[in-house]
Design a protein around this ligand. Structure first.
Ligand code: DLL
Length: 427
């Protein structure tokens, strides 16, 4: 099959064969090379040499994010370190690093994944792609980079930040594709408008490849209107290559997943039971060709469903619906992953705060607004200084600046059960 064009048009039976072969090889590979899998399979009584059909996949034990953390840094490598060419980590990693390790072959496949996404954006060698996903360990930058190169686009690896410079390049070099988080695309658009520009007219953009965080249909339409281009939603995670294992299409009805590279399942988050197409649950991923750090039945914590039926765009690749949330308490703002424990650390590191807090994330006029409410005995100027300090520490530790707001002691609600402290109204 080899030829990408063949894969894109392969029959269900051919894809089943590719998936089965990928799973059979990968389970043996990880069992023989990664002690974690040997122990996990043995304890579950799962014989990696016994996989005869895709129905057998449901017998394989899951891998949890904590397993990866326990194995940090190199415990999940299936190859010797000398064969690893690149290492990435998830964004906002203070103390909670999740690593991605890639061989030369993995980097090639990763580029191919993202390049298919470029194809869905109708991009090719006639396009110029401005990449303002961060490059520094975050997988966004280099994933888009390899995809852009592999699709034959002229690539501008500007990385994130320095918005006025981004805007200058957008005007002077006329890139046709913008690759960055949706919130940064909106920030670029609004900054350009504040500068007196009309980005839909003054830029030359045709398509935006935006992902790494959730955004609504309204947000997408707003972006499309401001920047005068089409927006596609791209999915991925550090543990499984990075950006580009799937992308939406012109139909905007879910994200197509490259099922010859990853095997997808939706499971009940409580029981782990595999759910039928159309039913919402937790996305579980198995890599079919990854060498560096392959993953078997990885619990992503992302909540979605498989969209039944064939897409209006005609692609045969299965779709997952826009993510509706997560099963764990991780939240993501402006491309930065955060956990409540990290917010607690920030509160603790700020003088004048007590331990109670609340985090509110809202979409206001198309922008993610992050507010941290914390209890404090301070008032007046001392309170203002404390709020400023908390925002600075938050930015330094977690990568983005919140609105910090001190409230009197005892004001925030407590509960006898687990108190809910993160309120995300964007989903
Ligand atoms: O965010 C990889 C990426 C980079 C994807 C650029 C797309 C574009 P992590 O930092 O490891 O990797 O975060 C992965 O981000 O499990 C989801 O919860 C969330 N996420 C990723 N893409 C989307 C999306 C990158 N399109 C975690 N919509 C995932 C909603 C997304 N959430």
């Amino acid at each position: 099959m080899g030829n990408d064009n063949d894969i894109l048009h392969a029959s269900r039976e051919q894809i089943d064969q590719i998936q089965l072969a990928g799973i059979q090889k990968t389970v043996i590979d990880v069992y023989e090379h990664i002690p974690f899998y040997k122990k996990s399979f043995d304890e579950a009584g799962f014989d990696p040499y016994s996989v005869k059909s895709l129905d057998d996949v449901a017998r394989i034990p899951f891998v949890q994010k904590q397993d990866l953390r326990d194995a940090y840094p190199y415990g999940m490598l299936a190859v010797p370190l000398k064969d690893v060419r690149e290492i990435h980590m998830s964004s906002g990693t203070t103390g909670i690093a999740t690593m991605g390790a890639y061989t030369e072959h993995d980097i090639k496949i990763w580029g191919e994944c993202f390049s298919r996404a470029v194809d869905y954006a109708h991009g090719d060698e006639n396009d110029v792609m401005q990449i303002c996903y961060g490059y520094g360990l975050f997988t966004g930058g280099l994933g888009a980079h390899y995809g852009s190169i592999s699709a034959g686009c002229a690539t501008i690896p500007i990385s994130a930040g320095n918005t006025e410079r981004q805007i200058r390049i957008l005007r002077e070099m006329g890139p046709t594709i913008l690759a960055c988080t949706p919130s940064y695309a909106m920030h670029i658009a609004d900054t350009a408008i504040e500068m007196g520009l009309d980005p839909a007219r003054d830029f030359n953009l045709r398509a935006g490849i935006h992902g790494a965080e959730p955004f609504s249909d309204n947000f997408r339409r707003d972006l499309e209107r401001k920047l005068g281009y089409r927006v596609l939603d791209i999915y991925g995670l550090t543990e499984v290559y990075g950006p580009g294992i799937g992308i939406s299409c012109d139909a905007h009805d879910g994200m197509h997943i490259w099922d010859d590279f990853v095997y997808i399942e939706i499971v009940d988050p409580e029981t782990g039971e595999v759910l039928p197409d159309g039913q919402e649950g937790e996305l579980v991923l198995t890599t079919l060709r990854k060498q560096g750090a392959p993953l078997i039945r990885y619990r992503t914590h992302d909540l979605t469903r498989i969209v039944p039926g064939t897409c209006a765009c005609g692609s045969r690749h299965p779709r997952i619906a826009t993510l509706t949330g997560r099963t764990d308490d991780m939240f993501k703002v402006k491309g930065c992953n955060m956990f409540p424990a990290q917010v607690e650390e920030v509160i603790k590191a700020t003088d004048g705060t007590s331990s109670e807090y609340q985090v509110m994330i809202e979409a206001v006029d198309g922008h993610d607004v992050l507010t941290v409410l914390f209890e404090t005995p301070l008032e007046g100027e001392a309170l203002a200084r404390c709020e400023e300090e908390l925002a600075l520490i938050f930015k330094a530790k977690l990568g983005c600046t919140p609105e910090a707001k001190g409230v009197p002691l005892g004001e925030l609600p407590r509960s006898e059960k687990k108190t809910k402290r993160i309120f995300d109204s964007r989903y």
